[in-house]
Design a protein around this ligand. Structure first.
Ligand SMILES: *Cc1c(COP(=O)(O)O)cnc(C)c1O
Length: 474
């Protein structure tokens, strides 16, 4: 299996070459040259593997279709090491439960940081360690976080050989729980840099360091952002696992609703559907930051400026543009790299938008690819959390609530699975607002705020961050 860029560059690469890279050299995103097909016989075989050997074995089966440069036994071992009950809380790893009638919830948020990003990031940590060791190389991951992504990366990379993490975050602006999660890690390869500034200052620092090409090369600076293909691929597995839990026969279809921000999660659903998994609809649920909902309703993709990017109570979906969206658009325009380049490198980069409303391919988004969308607001979120708790006895987090709200607007004949992307404890203030009580806290997080913290506070100064990295690399 070879990988190509969505912007048409002629290079073709193997999995491990793009594993440690970000964007392709032409600014595009990597995708496989084709989607391996799962026919009826193969789906039956996967059903058996999942039932008899569990999630890690299923993950190996899917991943091995896309990875031809890691020996089978090694890849199998990496999957087995990643998807364990110890790390993800249950043998099922992603258990599906019924909410009501035809509406189900698939729990993706029982990993170390209680958010779905662990599903991919835990695998990425093991893949990085494996590949860096094989190459005799090191990697220093520099990132900026306002909460979720940073902690998922730290929990994935802690203790990994050949990897250090330098994670900047805005000093004093994360919730006490989030700070405790990140800063209580005592691993020597994890460095928390609390920057005296806002999240944008942290991002600016990361950009400035990455633009210093000499420094970047000398100190082997890399990232783990959501455009990484390996992350997306790891997410494809739980669409299969969700489908197999809810169906008995391959002729049955299901739909998925996905609380979406950067379009990484639901893009994995698109890949699963392109492989032939019997998915009826893929429902994109957004919060008040509705750039994706707008596209699927109107055909206009218009990124937002900072004045129109809102801080909401489902903060992990607060985006101004959706960084994985280009992957879907590439497929939508018939895998035309030049057209994709025009839409993104000219349309989005220069005018902040493109408009497919009058283009016949726009109809395909719904008709051929099964995409529909909806939007949820703070008031919807509160009402949905309250209804699920008081009437149905289930406590859900704010992002999942956006999913349930939108899923209910798209219920059809087939089962609808909403992906649960975080646990309520991470967003306690909004749960309290909705229910008048604190969310339950998993036992392993009792007293986490009182643990000793490992964090360095520094001004929003690129040179000081560089000096810190330099000191801790030798
Ligand atoms: C990251 C995140 C999302 C959005 O996922 P995308 O892949 O960016 O669409 C939704 N919910 C939670 C809790 C998240 O952490």
């Amino acid at each position: 299996m070879l990988y190509l860029s969505t912007r048409g560059h002629a290079d073709r690469k193997h999995f491990c070459d793009i594993l440690l890279e970000g964007l392709a050299s032409d600014g595009g995103l990597y995708l496989p040259e084709h989607y391996p097909q799962i026919d009826d016989a193969r789906l039956t075989a996967l059903r058996k593997v999942y039932a008899e050997q569990g999630y890690a074995a299923l993950a190996y089966e899917i991943l091995s279709l896309y990875i031809d440069d890691i020996p089978a036994d090694d890849l199998r071992a990496l999957c087995a090491k990643t998807y364990t009950k110890e790390v993800f809380g249950t043998d099922a790893i992603v258990p599906v439960r019924q909410l009501e009638n035809n509406l189900y919830i698939e729990a993706l948020s029982n990993g170390p940081t209680l958010a779905f990003k662990d599903m991919a990031m835990q695998l990425l940590g093991n893949l990085f360690e494996y590949e860096l060791n094989r190459r005799g190389e090191e990697l220093n991951i520099l990132g900026a976080t306002s909460g979720d992504t940073g902690s998922a990366a730290e929990y994935a990379m802690r203790g990994k050989k050949g990897v250090r993490v330098f994670m900047t975050s805005p000093h004093g602006r994360m919730s006490p729980f989030q700070q405790a999660q990140m800063f209580s890690l005592q691993d020597e390869n994890i460095h928390n840099l609390a920057i005296e500034g806002v999240f944008d200052d942290c991002q600016d620092i990361v950009k400035a360091v990455s633009n210093d090409h000499a420094f970047k090369a000398k100190y082997k600076i890399g990232t783990v952002n959501s455009i990484n293909w390996a992350r997306l691929l790891a997410q494809v597995v739980y669409y299969f696992a969700g489908y197999l839990q809810v169906t008995k026969h391959n002729f049955e279809k299901v739909s998925f609703t996905v609380p979406s921000g950067n379009f990484g999660n639901i893009c994995a659903g698109h890949v699963a559907r392109q492989m032939g998994l019997p998915i009826a609809q893929l429902v994109v649920a957004t919060n008040e930051n509705d750039v994706l909902d707008e596209f699927f309703r109107t055909g206009v993709y218009q990124v937002r400026g900072s004045a129109n990017t809102y801080e909401t109570s489902s903060p992990s979906m607060d985006i101004s543009k959706a960084s994985n969206f280009e992957r879907f658009i590439f497929d939508l325009v018939g895998r035309d790299g030049e057209r994709t380049r025009q839409l993104f490198a000219e349309g989005v980069a220069k005018d902040g938008k493109f408009d497919l409303s009058r283009d016949e391919v726009f109809q395909d988004a719904a008709m051929k690819y099964g995409f529909v969308s909806g939007k949820s607001t703070h008031a919807d979120r509160l009402a949905t959390i309250k209804d699920c708790y008081e009437r149905l006895g289930q406590m859900i987090d704010t992002h999942t609530a956006d999913g349930v709200k939108v899923a209910r607007e798209h219920l059809g004949a087939e089962p609808m699975i909403v992906l649960e992307t975080a646990l309520p404890i991470k967003f306690a203030a909004t749960i309290e607002e909705a229910l008048g009580r604190q969310p339950d806290r998993p036992a392993k997080f009792e007293g986490i705020e009182d643990l000793p913290k490992r964090v360095v506070v520094m001004p929003a100064d690129v040179e000081q961050v560089k000096a810190y990295i330099q000191q801790h690399c030798d």
